[in-house]
Design a protein around this ligand. Structure first.
Ligand SMILES: Nc1nc2c(ncn2[C@@H]2O[C@H](COP(=O)(O)OP(=O)(O)OP(=O)(O)O)[C@@H](O)[C@H]2O)c(=O)[nH]1
Ligand SMILES: [Mg+2]
Length: 448
């Protein structure tokens, strides 16, 4: 969808773009992203591509943590279609301003990339436009940063018109400051000096204008979508709204399917859900609207959150949040913190919340971090990770320490699902009493 050549029904409108200018921009995006045959979006990787991961943690970060972060980055890379063959880690107080990693590490990466013909190098952070340009020039392969990788996964998954427009906006916002970088890189290849005003300059200006026009157009389009959905939302007053929120891949869609007997796409990949889905659910005699929403992730690019505002409205306007946690994940506590932070960012932190610890079937206190033969940069003298508490201990701790109600389930094995339903009914009924004290609870046939 994004950057799709001559999309049907796309009017140039009052745009001042020159014929062919969009193609230039597309060419530029195409250099950063390989074009997907599937749906016209640009993808980071095709099936056969291999990727090298690079992380630059600060010196205090424990190695086990670095490895877990890289596990997540590898999962993202796989979701985008690439196979990871190697991980490079360099501990630095702060990343190198020119090439993100230091000279020696860069040389190591270059040698590896050259030797193995890796298709791309993926960084676990965002790169500045000049870092991107320098790394491209030095390593001579596709350079992907965290934002690009995430935006790209979103692009391949967005289905509704709103989600697609949102992703396209994020793509263009990512591209805009990087247009110069790509051109200077080309200028250098042509032998032009860095400060020399080459023939590329006017073209960059034209491209920038095209991208800016497109951003403006998309923002207008999203405003229209917003108006439509706020009209729809107004029609829903009188019914309590519940939103499933949580880190990506924790089981939100699986729970949605269980509770609403619907068929929301759930799979073991990050960001399976990019569009939000709303279903009416009636438990016992209590009706409510349940929405499944896009998962959160650490270091989610702010731009992406911004462009997803209308999807996130489902969360912002919910009466109750059901925060789903994957208790089997080694960093589930950090994931809870990331979700709470993101909820704060979108001003949805003060809502009543139920905490659902999912995947108890997978929880294993003996689980040690997996071995990564392709992992470099571990400190030999690093302490072994502390043993994890048993599920019973965890339950006791969380039930005691959380202000919000807590429940432990397995959506897949259908464990404790009846208890989850009962908990929801209790809280939703209470919300009806608070919101509509003078009204008797609404029965099913009155809600739609
Ligand atoms: N073992 C186990 N797997 C589960 C459980 N619940 C969900 N899963 C699996 O976890 C994976 C992710 O589930 P989803 O429901 O897609 O997760 P999500 O939170 O909607 O993910 P995103 O939409 O990507 O944010 C799928 O492969 C599910 O089958 C569970 O209780 N136990
Ligand atoms: Mg989902």
């Amino acid at each position: 969808m994004a950057n799709k050549p001559s999309s049907k029904g796309r009017q140039p409108g009052k745009s001042t773009r020159h014929p062919g200018a969009t193609d230039n921009v597309k060419g530029r995006v195409g250099r950063m992203l390989a074009k997907s045959e599937k749906n016209g979006t640009y993808e980071t990787a095709t099936e056969a591509e291999t990727a090298v991961l690079v992380a630059v943690p600060d010196k205090r970060q424990a190695d086990a943590r670095t490895q877990e972060y890289l596990d997540e980055l590898e999962f993202l890379a796989e979701t985008a279609g690439a196979t990871v063959t190697k991980r490079f880690v360099q501990r630095l107080d702060k990343p190198d301003i020119r090439t993100f990693v230091g000279e020696g590490k860069l040389e190591e990466i270059r040698a590896y990339v050259e030797h193995t013909q890796a298709s791309m190098v993926i960084f676990d952070d965002d790169l500045s436009p000049s870092q991107l340009r320098n790394l491209e020039a030095e390593l001579k392969v596709k350079i992907v940063d965290r934002s690009l990788l995430i935006i790209d996964i979103f692009a391949s998954r967005a289905k509704s018109a709103t989600a697609r427009a949102q992703v396209e906006l994020a793509q263009y916002q990512y591209l805009l400051p990087r247009l110069t970088g790509l051109w200077s890189h080309l200028d250098k290849q042509r032998g032009g000096g860095v400060s020399q005003r080459g023939p590329g300059e006017t073209e960059i200006e034209t491209d920038r204008r095209v991208v800016r026009d497109r951003i403006a157009l998309l923002k207008e389009k999203l405003k229209d979508f917003d108006k439509q959905s706020s009209t729809q939302r107004k029609a829903r007053t009188g019914i309590i709204r519940v939103a499933l929120v949580g880190y990506t891949n924790v089981g939100k869609s699986t729970i949605m399917n269980l509770l609403s007997r619907s068929e929301v796409f759930a799979e073991n990949k990050l960001f399976a859900t990019v569009d939000s889905t709303v279903r009416k659910v009636v438990l016992e005699t209590t009706p409510f609207l349940l929405s499944d929403t896009v998962g959160f992730i650490r270091k989610l690019p702010t731009r992406l959150i911004e462009s997803f505002k209308s999807t996130l409205d489902e969360i912002r306007e919910a009466d109750l949040l059901v925060h789903v946690v994957d208790i089997s994940h080694p960093t589930f506590e950090e994931q809870i913190a990331v979700v709470n932070e993101t909820l704060k960012d979108i001003e949805a932190a003060d809502k009543p919340m139920l905490l659902v610890f999912n995947k108890i079937d997978l929880y294993n206190p003996e689980q040690a971090p997996s071995d990564h033969p392709n992992f470099e940069g571990m400190n030999e003298d690093d302490d072994a990770p502390a043993a994890r508490p048993t599920l019973e201990q965890l339950k006791a701790t969380y039930m005691a320490k959380m202000h919000d109600p807590v429940i432990f389930i397995s959506a897949q094995e259908r464990e404790n699902i009846e208890e989850l339903r009962a908990l929801l009914v209790r809280h939703v009924s209470r919300l009806y009493e608070q919101r509509y004290p003078s009204v008797r609870p609404i029965s099913e046939d009155e809600t739609e």
